[in-house]
Design a protein around this ligand. Structure first.
Ligand SMILES: NC(=O)c1ccc[n+]([C@@H]2O[C@H](COP(=O)([O-])OP(=O)(O)OC[C@H]3O[C@@H](n4cnc5c(N)ncnc54)[C@H](O)[C@@H]3O)[C@@H](O)[C@H]2O)c1
Ligand SMILES: C[N+](C)(C)CC=O
Length: 471
């Protein structure tokens, strides 16, 4: 049973409401979590506000040491965290242990270093007799809302920069995946003062209450564009700062000078990682007409060989979708494909236990089809063809999203032109999906604004104050 963590205490929800938590690999209930109400939200926010008074005055060194301590604790407790994560996401244990936990540890260590490396413009006399200095200050209490696709990693991406900059936080994990975030907050409590990191479990309504609370100064969310729009609208009522990492629908532009087999293997790996439940998934392939059929054949061959299941690395390539709702959503999108679409493999659920979906490749779709315009968030690749570079860019940019993209070509001039024309926060060239703590992650258009990771992400959790003194 997951619980809230408020001011260092493990608490049940005050209203006594709970929701079942389901293992997506079996579809069976394996726990429950509080549905926090207004009193829980208020208590958590007030704990964060009380802790802020001292934490905002802590030195960068103290904050860095606390985050380094937490990073080591995450490493030491990797198996417990992986158990919690896998039970609620259905992920394969080795993926969490070998990839997501090291990435979480690295982000904690990166922001520990960033805490001690804030830079600013030089102080000086910009008016005669008056000295100007710039202070970078914490923003205040942060309300942070996380999704279910990478529950632990996204909690770290939110908590680490906020705390490193001297803010305190109330985190609301997704209703289907609360436990690893609760455990992370408990570990944080060993290194950070009580109230610096609080977690309230709950659903969208809990999230809404948190965003509407008058005290938080900043709201950050990773989730759907729908949720981001609601959060931004609600935050506007009290002019809270917003930081929105929302959906993506990444174009993968493949020119006719690539090694088709090698490219197909890399695209499938980037499309089906985490069962395609990734805002950067390589889901929307745009290929030059001359190599369209060859690439579709290669993608189908590689995709068909992918196995879905909970098993070890040798037995399964990716796990289940996160929930019955997600399975229904994806099944619905595929069932509404236009008559011209060709499903080369997959297109259906796997088995009748859990929420597994087969690796799927679809061609014959058009730009205005629902499956092209929507973020699918499943192991589904669509393929369209183009004739010219300009057409490729137009198709790539012709969706509401603007998070991530990739270009595949041997021509340096061409990738420079195309990467400049793409309306996406990230362009990968001859690769797709790698993220590093030092580089920003965040989108344009309806993928939101604000950056996670990097010095840019860190600055998003600070405010700039000008102090001018007579000399
Ligand atoms: N960008 C991402 O990493 C990401 C993550 C999850 C889902 N998605 C997209 O969203 C689609 C639907 O998934 P979903 O409905 O579970 O995601 P969601 O956006 O509804 O949920 C994400 C988080 O936001 C919270 N939330 C939702 N509405 C809110 C509101 N109005 N105010 C405050 N908090 C709110 C949820 O409780 C959860 O913690 C997916 O199919 C996918 O396309 C994207
Ligand atoms: C940011 N990322 C890619 C880890 C999660 C988005 O789905």
């Amino acid at each position: 049973m997951a619980h809230n963590v408020i001011n260092g205490e493990r608490l049940s929800g005050m209203d006594g409401l709970t929701a079942d938590v389901v293992d997506p690999a079996t579809g069976e209930v394996n726990g429950s979590a509080p549905i926090s109400g207004p009193s829980d939200v208020d208590k958590a926010v007030r704990a964060a506000a009380a802790a802020l008074r001292a934490w905002r005055r802590s030195t960068p060194r103290d904050r860095a040491h606390a985050l380094l301590g937490l990073a080591a604790a995450v490493e030491d407790n990797a198996k417990r965290l992986a158990d919690a994560e896998c039970a609620e996401t259905g992920k394969q244990w080795h993926v969490v242990l070998d990839e997501e936990i090291p990435a979480s540890v690295d982000a904690l260590r990166f922001f520990a270093g960033a805490a001690r490396n804030l830079e600013g413009r030089s102080a000086g006399e910009y008016a005669s007799g008056l000295t100007s200095t710039i202070r970078r200050e914490p923003v205040g209490v942060c309300a942070q809302i996380t999704p279910w696709n990478y529950p632990l990693l996204m909690a770290v991406w939110k908590i680490a920069p906020a705390v490193a900059a001297g803010n305190t936080t109330v985190v609301k994990p997704a209703e289907t995946t609360p436990s690893s975030t609760v455990l992370l907050a408990e570990l944080a409590g060993e290194y950070l003062p009580a109230g610096v990191v609080n977690v309230i479990c709950g659903d969208r309504e809990t999230g809404r209450l948190l965003v509407e609370h008058p005290v938080p100064a900043l709201v950050s969310i990773t989730g759907s564009t729908r949720a981001g729009m609601q959060v931004a609208a609600s935050a506007a009522a009290t002019l809270k700062r917003t930081h929105l990492e929302l959906g993506g629908n990444a174009p993968v532009i493949v020119f006719d000078d690539v090694d088709v087999t090698d490219t197909a293997e890399k695209i499938v790996a980037a499309a089906f990682y985490n069962a395609g439940q990734d805002c950067t998934a390589a889901s929307r392939v745009l290929v030059h007409a001359d190599v369209h059929d060859e690439l579709v054949e290669a993608l189908t061959k590689v995709a068909s060989a992918q196995r879905t299941g909970r098993g070890p690395r040798e037995a399964a390539d990716f796990g289940p979708l996160n929930s019955q709702a997600q399975l229904d959503r994806v099944t619905g999108l595929v069932s509404r494909l236009p008559a011209a679409a060709v499903v080369h493999c997959g297109g259906h659920r796997v088995g009748d236990r859990g929420f597994f979906f087969a690796p799927t490749v679809i061609s014959g779709v058009r730009q205005d089809d629902e499956i092209v315009q929507e973020e699918v968030f499943a192991p589904v690749i669509t393929v369209q063809s183009f004739g010219t570079e300009e057409e490729a860019v137009e198709l790539a940019n012709g969706v509401p999203y603007g998070l991530a993209s990739s270009v595949w070509s041997e021509s340096h001039r061409r990738v420079l032109r195309v990467s400049s024309a793409l309306d996406f926060g990230c362009v990968w060239v001859n690769t797709h999906g790698a993220l590093v703590s030092e580089m920003p992650h965040g989108g344009f258009k309806q993928s939101g604004y604000g950056k996670d990771l990097s010095g840019y992400g860190f600055e998003d959790y600070t405010r700039v104050k000008h102090v001018m003194s007579a000399v």
